[in-house]
Design a protein around this ligand. Sequence first.
Ligand SMILES: CC(=O)N[C@H]1[C@@H](OP(=O)(O)OP(=O)(O)OC[C@H]2O[C@@H](n3ccc(=O)[nH]c3=O)[C@H](O)[C@@H]2O)O[C@H](CO)[C@@H](O)[C@@H]1O
Ligand SMILES: C=C(OP(=O)(O)O)C(=O)O
Length: 462
Amino acid sequence: MSKIIVRGGRTLSGTVRVHGAKNSVLPILAAALLAEEGSSVIHDVPALDDVKNILQVLAALGVYAQQSDGSVRLQAETLTSCEAPYELVRKMRASFLVMGPLLARLGKVRISLPGGCAIGTRPIDQHLKGFEAMGAEIGFGQGTIEASVVGKLRGARIYLDIASVGATENIMMAATTATGTTIIENAAKEPEIVDLANFLNAMGAKVRGAGTGIIRIEGVEQLRGVEHHVIPDRVEAGTYMIAAAITGGDVYVEGAIRDHLGPIVAKLEEMGVVVDCDENGIRVKAIQPLRAVDVKTLPYPGFPTDMQAQMMTLLLVAEGTSIVTETVFENRFMHVEELIKMGAEIKVDGRTAIVTGGTKLSGASVCATDLRAGAALICAALVADGSTEVSGIHHIERGYMNIVNKLVALGADVYRAPSPEDVLEESEKASLQPENLLKQMEQRAAATSEVVIPRNIQPTLA
Ligand SMILES: CC(=O)N[C@H]1[C@@H](OP(=O)(O)OP(=O)(O)OC[C@H]2O[C@@H](n3ccc(=O)[nH]c3=O)[C@H](O)[C@@H]2O)O[C@H](CO)[C@@H](O)[C@@H]1O
Ligand SMILES: C=C(OP(=O)(O)O)C(=O)O
């Protein structure tokens, strides 16, 4: 098991550049399935495990993808399957976002139920309610969902009981080529929804109102591939803002968009952190001591649940007691137990955590139970006395590209310790390189006095 090791006590300073948003790029790559003509070229695609995973799902459906230097070209003119394989969907919930595009493109889809995860049960009833309203027949097999529609999906008025990000995206994509108009009421308003709508509109869709609670999609005949730049990752940006503040540092987060980070900026300022925003990024300068503040997570534009764990960690170094309330997911305090191992004083009562500030944190062996819990542990480790070993880092690598290098560039004392299996894998890979294979054959031949003629210099037989 690989680990990230952090020796705390360094003050962060300098500039860090944020990558493209994970939560934008995943639906956008799924939406590329809708292009019946031409290629889609997506730029600012971060090299994250989640991205690799969705590209594998798309490949299994027949999409041809080429990746180079932060961009991906996708060719989806001919799809070869309507079935998203279980092993891939199981790895990542966001793969469920291919359901809407597949229903629109092929009129049928077979996909595994994505199941729950550490932060909550995460049902998909609102996605399915939307597809059914649009005329899809939905059936459940053993852990799978099969949906089909006779002819095309039909536009409908769909009220979401919860302003679900994924359901809004899935229904929005399905509706782009439906007959008539679809209206999503109580739609999610996240910036990633707007990014997806912009991509769809560039492809020829007619989506209006993205970013508000009511989205109207007028169905069009077909969509074509286009080029698109993904928006910067607001959660990655927010995490580096917290990392800067917790170490009493001075960091410029290049690419951070202030309008996407309203609640983070507001809470940091309430705590006494100096936040300067310009059109290219956000500078965070922490003048400690910081003040305790209360935080309640809510759908956008409220305080993002994806920043709750990191914010809780910052509150540990503030003066006074803070109350953190998680309203979006029912089980998103898994980091608390790990922070307590580092000396934190936090009491959880249902969806509320009472955080006592000013306690000294000490290095410990802790485990990232989910992506943002992992980010929060790294933030805590940056100010803890001594060394912290964070395991479960595959969660962190789902959402933060080059986190270790970025923190090192800001002055942190941190490194990634590969697991013995990783080292073995690397050496196995190396031993499979052609030049090494040849060397091994030669060594074996010398030992057995066999004659080895490498294939590329073998004489052609008459
Ligand atoms: C890939 C991606 O973009 N992930 C984000 C997306 O996840 P995701 O799209 O899964 O989150 P949702 O907005 O759908 O979930 C919000 C709440 O609604 C509930 N719900 C959702 C759908 C449904 O059909 N029924 C239902 O009850 C969920 O269990 C959860 O309690 O938004 C979350 C909330 O901002 C973020 O934490 C995730 O980082
Ligand atoms: C919960 C998250 O992502 P996902 O929905 O992909 O699990 C997250 O990004 O914090």
